[in-house]
Ligand binder design. Structure first.
Ligand code: WQD
Length: 335
């Protein structure tokens, strides 16, 4: 049977497809190429030495999704497709609600039509908001602080209602903490398309000399070194977690949320220091004002994923930095 991976040419999607193929799964990738390029198909094939089925699909067009289900015998879906920039979502909330909500509702409609009831959904730790004390457990009250996070929270609620009404469905809600790193081959990673929002892409730009200094948003937080703390997780650990979640939904019914992090927090400054040590590259920085909406500490409680998915992150912060740097050097001048 075949696994449909929506947004499968994106950062998380492409790494997950590689892991799925490595575990013997047949995959079909759909992607609208708005935040990725067709070259990622070649890169996935180079890494896996397998041909990959890719179809350009705009998920706002339900007919286009239906055609994929008519063409392939889909047994389960891993749904990554969606916009994910916090900053962009604040500026363009309607774009985010329309794209993230409508594309998912279209997908769910077609899944129902074809009686495909196994779904792994790309959610986010943003749904925890900034009110809870870490480490964050999956049963905490949820409140998203921006349209991106709220679109994820709404979709989690929609999926819970769907499963409530259709008990034979099985859904895993994957709440990512801070994915960084790249495939160890150096052939896959986070493509720096537009102005990056996240920390690591900015670190890479400074380390490569494209930017003069890293701007650190706030150095006066109540943490050891004054900078924020995050649960950075290697993209390959995150990808493996999705393969485990797929196995879980294939063997169970119901709707379960899982924290996908390491359970260990590092400050922004300690990531910077680690990056400089393992790569030998200097990353000049300046501490400027806090960024609106940032929370001080975000660390996952990962017990549930360990127990129910039999999954635990293996890579260290050093690996994340080395692999990110290798990737960035391999694509310098590419984009
Ligand atoms: C991390 C820390 C910044 C850039 C977001 C989304 C979340 C998820 C991951 C999708 C913060 C600091 C950053 C910079 C900095 N995405 N920073 N200078 O905000 O924790 O999470 O991305 O699911 O949903 O909310 O990640 O990498 O933007 O920031 O000092 O140039 O790095 O202030 O403390 P964040 P981030």
């Amino acid at each position: 049977m075949t696994i449909l991976v929506t947004g499968g040419l994106g950062f998380i999607g492409s790494h997950t497809v590689v892991e799925l193929i490595n575990q013997g799964h047949e995959c079909v990738i759909i992607d609208n190429l708005s935040k990725s390029t067709i070259d990622v198909v070649n890169r996935i094939e180079m890494v896996t030495h397998k041909k990959v089925s890719f179809i350009k699909v705009e998920m706002l067009d339900k007919t286009a999704i239906r055609k994929v289900f008519q063409q392939f015998s889909i047994s389960a879906v891993i749904h990554f497709a969606g916009y994910k920039s916090v900053g962009e979502s604040v500026k363009q909330p309607l774009l985010y609600y329309q794209n993230n909500l409508f594309s998912t509702l279209n997908l769910l409609d077609v899944m129902q039509e074809f009686a495909v009831k196994k779904l792994v959904f790309s959610s986010s730790a943003t749904v925890y908001g900034d009110t809870s004390i870490p480490p964050l457990t999956e049963n905490l009250p949820l409140s998203a602080p921006n349209p991106y996070g709220r679109s994820k929270l709404m979709l989690e609620e929609i999926l819970r209602d769907l499963v409530e009404a259709n008990t034979e469905w099985s859904v895993a809600l994957m709440r990512y903490f801070n994915p960084i790193g790249a495939h160890t081959s150096g052939l896959l990673g986070e493509m720096p398309y537009d102005t990056p929002n996240n920390l690591m892409p900015h670190v890479l730009k400074v380390a490569s000399g494209e930017s003069a200094k890293l701007q650190i948003f706030g150095g006066d937080y109540e943490t050891l070194d004054g900078s924020c703390i995050r649960d950075f997780i290697h993209i390959m650990d995150l990808a493996k977690g999705h393969v485990k979640a797929l196995q879980y939904v294939e063997q169970h019914t119901g709707c379960e949320a899982f924290n996908i992090g390491t359970g260990v927090g590092y400050s922004v400054l300690s990531l910077l220091r680690t990056f400089e040590i393992v790569t030998g590259e200097k990353v000049p920085y300046e501490i400027i004002n806090r960024r609106e909406g940032d929370i001080v500490i975000s660390i996952a409680d990962v017990q549930k994923a360990e127990n129910m998915l039999n999954w635990k992150a293996q890579y260290q912060l050093e690996d994340m930095c080395v692999d990110s740097w290798r990737w960035y050097q391999s694509i310098k001048g590419y984009v």
